[in-house]
Design a protein around this ligand. Structure first.
Ligand SMILES: [Zn+2]
Ligand SMILES: [Zn+2]
Length: 350
């Protein structure tokens, strides 16, 4: 039986925390459920899920649909696309059956790559290796989630670069339907017509469009649409992320048009310890002034009122009305007061 290997290579960097990740989890579950009722897909499609942030992790190996259970998707810091591609190429080498003169191997793998930002590592060596050794024997469909994505690097990997236009629930729904339909048509085409390679479904332009990537990648190392901070709960010692979204207010002062930038609180979200396994732990040295932040969170782990207190060690933690607080990062005990001045706070990679 020739299998059709389907990989989901998913960016799980911090900007995905909050609203977006539940959509992705539900979307993957709906894809599997839907494919199970399709005779062609059921017979040929095998699915694997690999996630990447600063580091890469395979959370589901190539698995047939009948024994596939949709996993919970973790979150990490950073977007090491180069490392993720290396991991993927290694997985293809190891787990996809090659054709020999006597026997037919698996069909050409199809990889759905979801990302919402720009690489924080240097992806060039891996991209070059992909182009030279893999582009002909596997197909990537790159999906940019929102227009902050660096599509230039995606354009080097594949001609199929698609943009999910707005990140509302109906866009996600429509997008995952399209992925499902594309896997169905590809399964049918390999089974019925022996045509190897992806057969993508028709795009619903309201939600999903094909983009022409620019030639030069952007050079930013941090996802600038969001400011994300890693914090720890004093009571549970568990990590959580505080996420702010960038807002730009145009103003016109004496004929000069200016832009004022600030970051508005979106919420605070608990993450589990896999966060540290998936994160690129080299410091970013990127700071943000507390004066640019609007809104302060509570602690999502213990409910403490102040979710964003900064210890002298640089660690961010929660504090409540206790007399003396213990920093969950450095174990120093201290009394927290409130300073009125602005200070710089360490950002995560986003
Ligand atoms: Zn707490
Ligand atoms: Zn500390």
């Amino acid at each position: 039986m020739r299998r059709l290997p389907v990989y989901f290579l998913i960016d799980v960097s911090e900007s995905m925390v909050g609203d977006q990740m539940p959509y992705v989890e539900e979307g993957l579950a709906s894809i599997i459920k839907d494919l199970r009722s399709d005779p062609y897909a059921l017979e040929t499609a095998w699915v694997s899920i690999i996630v990447f942030a600063g580091k890469t992790k395979r959370i589901v190996p190539l698995t047939e649909l009948t024994s596939f259970y949709p996993p919970r998707i973790p979150i990490g810091g950073g977007t090491s696309l180069g490392e993720a591609l290396e991991f993927l190429m290694h997985d293809i080498d190891t787990n996809v059956v090659k054709s020999t003169p006597d026997t037919k191997g698996d069909w050409k793998p199809i990889i759905f790559l979801f990302t919402d930002g720009a690489p924080t590592d240097n992806p060039t060596p891996a991209v070059t290796k992909w182009i030279n050794q893999y582009k002909k024997k596997a197909s990537i469909v790159a999906i940019a989630l929102g227009d902050n994505t660096d599509t230039a690097v995606l354009g080097q990997l594949t001609n199929d670069v698609l943009l999910v236009k707005n990140l509302a629930p109906e866009s996600y729904k429509s997008f995952f339907k399209w992925v499902t339909a594309s896997i169905k048509t590809t399964s049918m085409s390999v089974s019925e017509s022996n045509i190897d390679g992806p057969q993508l479904a028709k795009l619903d332009d309201a939600y999903l469009t094909k983009v022409e990537p620019p030639a030069t990648p952007s050079s930013k190392v941090i996802d600038n649409n969001f400011a994300v901070f890693l914090s720890k709960c004093q009571a549970t010692k568990k990590p959580y992320l505080i996420k702010y979204k960038r807002n730009i207010t145009p103003s016109n002062i004496e004929g000069l048009s200016l832009e004022t930038q600030f970051f508005k609180l979106q919420g605070s979200f608990p993450v589990d310890d896999t966060y540290f396994q998936l994160s690129d732990n080299t410091p970013t040295n990127q700071k943000i002034s507390s004066g640019e932040l609007v809104g302060f969170p509570h602690c999502p782990c213990c409910g403490n009122q102040y979710g964003f207190s900064t210890c002298a060690c640089g660690g961010i933690m929660c504090t409540g009305d206790e007399e003396v607080s213990t920093c969950p990062w450095c174990n120093t005990q201290a009394k927290f007061g409130f300073s009125s001045g602005h200070h710089d706070i360490n950002r995560s990679r986003g």
